[in-house]
Design a protein around this ligand. Structure first.
Ligand code: NDP
Length: 499
């Protein structure tokens, strides 16, 4: 039977996953769907490859990872075009995404030894006759499950760091972006042809579920909160540790002393880039009363200039056709509940596109404020002061990123946001700073990619003590005498008993 092809909706035909452009229906690629046995075999092969990869040491891996990032950089246009065809992402957005991803590979490769390598750790008086050694050893095989919205940056945020830490990776790309996932794996194989250190398994959610149960050492998931819970439940069966990068509903706060032009520019980009399909995208804005009207005017003036379409436009198609219903529902709900559309609105959803929409005075209880919309829409609500803005920003179970525009109180406000990350006087910047960890709290997940924490996420701490002298005060031996114990009591009181 031949499956019906709706542009952008992946279909399986004759055991192959076919991926198409959401804008034009053009085929982006077809890939064999993995069975649970295929997934288990891929993990088995990766285990052997991981031993080989770990054996290369930090220097050997660094050299190969730097060659990989060089190859991706040289082919940046080719990869950007594939991302554009398969997911509908505008080419400039694709270029920025790839650039960010290669910066992460570069940093992870260069810093893995410093962060994870063996080192001596100082002991304290109580065990002064011992030295401590610490290193972070690879898990062997890390399973990576990725989403479609940033099909290069999100998998590399896990994969680049997992590889630098000495793991092999089996990667399950989203069914919406298998061609981009395969491109990454094929390009890696060009620089590391010896062993299947980075491989893909393709298919739908059941293939991701099979990967969770295939005996990987750790599972790094990026996707929705609902699927994150399923992944964690599947991994719980075998106590497989998980890293969960889930959804968000990030807020931006505009304080009285904000540069309103800069705030509006960053807000429009942070909310509408990639057609709003960004986990850390700005979805809600809280602007304080004195600047609210001027800020909204500036946002609308910028957002209404954006072009929408397949080629050369600022805003491309919605990648996942089913998401159009969610976006429409959020706009309709907001308007029905008393919100006003100052740009776009009820007729903004014109499949496969959504035109920029700015909603104001939307009740905090409505779906447009509480749920992930994942479209080029913004809600902007007025608040009496920054304290109220923080209270509202923190009122949701999500807690991924956020942004603050202002001067005097900006840092204090950013610190009070219940989120893993925040940008001051810009939006989304933390994702590109390879030296900073990336991840959320609450429904946005736990664990960190990027930065030193991101490297440590993919290594198990291995602690070793080594005796360097006889113990003057023997405690951990049956040879101790009652006089030794009396001296221990005295030492305990002397060292710790002062308050
Ligand atoms: P999904 O949760 O639908 O899918 C994510 C991945 O999980 C896909 O590869 C999917 O496969 C796979 N999957 C689906 N079901 C299962 C299962 N039962 N077991 C294991 N794996 C499964 O998310 P989307 O792809 O729609 O991505 C969008 C979401 O990702 C948004 O919520 C967004 O906020 C979030 N996100 C979070 C980021 C972060 O860093 N915190 C970054 C980017 C996105 P298939 O596609 O084949 O169904």
């Amino acid at each position: 039977m031949t499956a019906v092809h709706v542009p952008g909706i992946p279909v399986i035909e004759d055991g192959r996953l076919i991926s198409t452009s959401p804008a034009t229906g053009e085929e982006a690629g077809r890939f064999p769907v993995a069975t649970p046995d295929d997934v288990a075999r891929a993990v088995g092969r990766a285990r052997a490859a991981g031993d080989w990869w770990a054996g290369l040491g930090f220097t050997g891996r660094r050299e190969r990872l730097l060659r990989w990032r060089g190859l991706i950089a040289r082919r940046i246009e080719e990869l950007a075009r594939l991302m554009h065809v398969e997911g509908g992402k505008p080419l400039p957005d694709a270029v920025v995404e790839i650039l960010t991803a290669i910066e992460h590979i570069d940093w992870a490769a260069r810093n893995a030894r410093r962060v994870l390598g063996p080192r001596r750790v100082r002991s304290r008086l109580i065990l002064a006759e011992f030295t401590g050694h610490l290193e972070y050893q690879p898990y062997g095989v890390v399973g990576v499950i990725g989403p479609w919205n940033y099909p290069v940056l999100t998998p590399i945020g896990s994969t680049g760091y997992a590889l630098a830490a000495g793991n092999a990776v089996v990667f399950k790309p989203s069914e919406y972006t298998p061609a981009v996932g395969q491109w990454l794996v094929d390009s890696f194989a060009e620089v590391v042809p010896e062993q299947p250190v980075l491989t893909t398994v393709h298919g739908l959610g059941d293939v991701g579920a099979a990967l969770c149960r295939a005996g990987v050492g750790k599972l790094a998931f990026t996707g929705s909160t609902a699927t994150a819970k399923k992944v964690m439940a599947a991994c719980a069966e075998s106590l497989t540790p998980v890293l969960l990068e889930a959804g968000g509903k990030d807020a931006m706060i505009v304080d009285t002393d904000a540069d309103l032009d800069a705030a509006a520019e960053a807000c429009v980009w942070g909310g509408l880039t990639n057609a709003g399909q960004t986990c850390i995208g700005i979805e809600r804005v809280y602007a304080v009363e004195p600047v609210f009207d001027a800020f909204v005017d500036k946002v609308v003036a910028r957002a209404e200039r954006l072009t929408v379409g397949a080629e050369g436009a600022d805003i491309g198609p919605i990648t996942m056709p089913n998401q159009l219903d969610v976006i429409r529902r959020h706009i309709d709900d907001a308007l029905a509940a008393g919100g006003r559309a100052v740009l776009g609105g009820a007729d903004a959803v014109r499949p496969p596109y959504v035109h920029p929409t700015v909603l104001v005075d939307v009740p905090e209880s409505s779906a447009a404020v509480r749920e992930e919309t994942f479209g080029p829409t913004l809600t902007i609500n007025r608040v009496p002061d920054a304290d109220e803005a923080v209270r509202r920003a923190n009122a949701l179970p999500y807690g991924l990123g956020g942004a603050v525009f202002g001067r005097k109180r900006a840092v204090a406000i950013a610190r009070r946001l219940r989120s893993g990350m925040a940008s001051i006087n810009s939006t989304l910047t933390f994702a590109g700073m390879s030296t900073l960890p990336f991840g959320g709290v609450g429904d946005s997940g736990f664990g960190r990619i990027h930065g030193e924490d991101g490297l440590r996420e993919f290594g198990r701490a291995k602690s070793i003590t080594r005796r360097r002298a006889r113990s003057l005060l023997p405690s951990t031996t049956f040879e101790r005498t009652s006089a030794d114990v009396a001296r221990l009591v005295k030492a305990a009181k002397l060292m710790y008993g002062r308050r």
